[in-house]
Design a protein around this ligand. Sequence first.
Ligand SMILES: [Mg+2]
Length: 308
Amino acid sequence: MKCTLSKEELKFEWLMFDFDNTLVDFHESSRLAFDQCFIDYELEQKSDYYKIYNAINAKIWKNFEDKKITAVDIREQRFTLFLKEIGLVHLDGLAFNARYLDNLIKFTTVRPEVKEMLVKLKSNYKLSIITNGLKEVQRPRIEKCGLTKLFDSIIVSDEIGVAKPDVAFFDFALNTLDQSIDKSKVLVIGDSIHSDIKGANASGLKSCFIKSNKDQAVKADIVIDDVLELPSILDDIYVPVDCGWYDYLEIYAMRKNKVEIHYVESNTHNKIITQILDLQTKNKEEFVILSDGKRIRLDKVKQINLVD
Ligand SMILES: [Mg+2]
């Protein structure tokens, strides 16, 4: 978790979420939808097929985002090229694509925690979905997850003829709610450096990068591993810690060892050498109490090393 913004800068009014791999796990639903196509077509699937398709699909989407091809080309080309690659040229790539998209709607799900988070955020922020995707699936997929009503606006690239990272896409999105909005009050949240983060930066908007397992250098104002970490940064809401981590800290409190604690305070990383005297719970938030009387909220503690 990294945040370079001050408390004042964190006072956003509008959160714009990317959809795939930000709110929902596209990798999983795409994989399931792809596998289902082979069941539907009664075809034998080989283990490397999905990897082959993914490479072709990624190249095609990159060409689309770079405006080298149209959304119609995406539908026509990706499965046609894939089926050719695996030697099934007798099958219609466009029909296969349509089947895949149908399956993609069926297999798109959202984690209940993400939905709960959005419900809470809705009371304090305007919410938008900004997604690069095909019009026949994106809204049905959002609806399938029961998310449509939670958003003040939903912008699908294929519907407006322009995609992220194009500034025109973000201008369109900004105009869907309030044309007088101060851009510094808008946060774009997404997992793609190319389309979400670079697009937000070019449009003068603050950005939050969901890095998952990717270890990439990125010019984002906030970097998190999972979208569920967002409220703790925006509102400083306590995020309950793992039981194992709690037990581990309790052992240090019992033994009164000298420890080096790495923790986050006011969005900066700090380090202190001290002893943990106790763990305390107040208003459902847990704290470590240090020998000098200072207390640190448990979710702010990032690392502890024993000092000899
Ligand atoms: Mg995404």
